[in-house]
Design a protein around this ligand. Sequence first.
Ligand code: TZP
Ligand code: MG
Length: 210
Amino acid sequence: MKDFRLYAITAEQFHPNRDLIEVMEEAIIGGADIIQLRDKASGKEELLRKAQALRELTRKHGVTFIVNDHIDIALEADADGIHLGQNDLPLEEARKLVGDKIIGISTHAIEEARLAEAQGADYIGVGPVFRTATKADVVDPVSVSYVSEVAAEIRIPFVAIGGIKLSNVDEVIAAGAARICAVSEIVGSDDVSGTCRAFLAKLGCKDKEE
Ligand code: TZP
Ligand code: MG
């Protein structure tokens, strides 16, 4: 897969008065280079509409587009890939359905990371690093020590996620993360692009040419 540094995930509850596509475009303009549609509230029709709009947006900007959970929606909207949790369809089953599209897997322990790598995941999520209120059924924080463990052993790309803010991201980067995902900190910001630029600066990336 095309490498990435800053992963932005949709979470409309953090911008109730702002348009989804507008917010995600600001994230992309700020340098987010992979976007995930994560929406546990909408029905299929609404999800497909959002997926198609995000597909159009991400294609326009040349960034990667991932759909959380819904393989059917990912295929119908021609997303670049899907993201699955430990309790979703097993990776090997998902691979049969999506072919060479990207498959990302959430992991919370090194055994899960090893298995995802062995089974051909394209990237893994590593978290929740810190406590988060964004995800309802989330497991206890894994702390930056799990980030270090993955950095030392796992060879596929990994992205740190969960409770990551501009105020604590330095610790996560110091533990070995080269790719960051922040949800509420990005989409809930008054300055979505500026927040993305600030994360990328922390990661040692230059400003994207606008
Ligand atoms: N998976 C693990 S933690 C999380 C997801 C989707 C939510 C992270 O949200 P935030 O707002 O960055 O803590
Ligand atoms: Mg899931």
